[in-house]
Design a binder for this molecule. Structure first.
Ligand code: FE
Ligand code: FE
Length: 215
């Protein structure tokens, strides 16, 4: 950026960054809808996907209100957050843990957006762009509501269910420990654990396959 560029240029630059971020989020949310195991979480992601489409349209209105070309600029921050979310989807977590991790990832996305829109609104206000500020405020409200909804879902059962699975895993480990203590070959118990893991993986593949067929 040239040294004589002003807050208006910074504002437009941030708008472009956010415009790109929203488009990255649309792609990510489509995957998160498919990856979510809980029906309520899936519905929450689907609702926010619809809202995000409207947010992109709202940003287009913001550009128009400023007589600026509608253009995105790669948002590295969002790309990083989404890469982390993708690694959760690809990981081998049990269903409940996957959901708990998806909520955590989605909240990172929302918090980033809340920070971005907060700054954009403050700048729109000091620059006297009232129409832009009011459009951006509508989106900020949706991001905050989404964040709260995700917290409610996590606290309302998703985290607890994941923790329940963690407890069961602990039991499996203690069975193995107990077997070892009794002098039984721990390896045979270990094999059972591996078998259970394999079955879980096969189930996951089956489910993904089915899910793909549905689409
Ligand atoms: Fe958004
Ligand atoms: Fe959002």
């Amino acid at each position: 950026m040239a040294k004589d560029e002003t807050l208006r240029e910074a504002f437009i630059d941030e708008l472009r960054d956010t415009f790109d971020a929203e488009q990255q989020i649309i792609k990510a949310l489509r995957k998160m809808v498919k990856a979510a195991n809980s029906a309520t979480l899936r519905a929450a992601f689907a609702t926010h996907l619809e809202e995000t489409h409207a947010q992109v349209a709202r940003l287009e209105q913001v550009f128009a209100s400023l007589d600026e070309k509608i253009r995105g600029k790669h948002c590295d921050g969002m790309a990083g957050i989404i890469a982390e979310a993708k690694s959760i989807i690809d990981a081998d977590f049990d269903d409940a843990t996957t959901d708990a991790c998806l909520v955590a990832a989605a909240q990172r996305v929302e918090h980033y957006e809340i920070a971005a829109y907060g700054a954009l609104i403050a700048w729109a206000n000091v620059l006297g762009h009232r129409e832009a500020a009011s459009l951006l405020e509508q989106t900020l409200e949706e991001e905050k509501e989404t964040d709260e909804k995700l917290t409610a879902l996590a606290d309302g059962g998703i985290n607890q269910e994941a923790a329940g699975n963690a407890d069961r895993d602990d039991e499996t480990t203690s069975t193995r420990d107990a077997a070892a203590a009794k002098g039984r070959p721990a390896a045979s118990v270990g094999k059972k654990v591996k078998k259970a893991d394999k079955a879980k993986k096969a189930e996951k593949v089956k489910k993904t396959g089915k899910a793909k067929g549905r689409r």
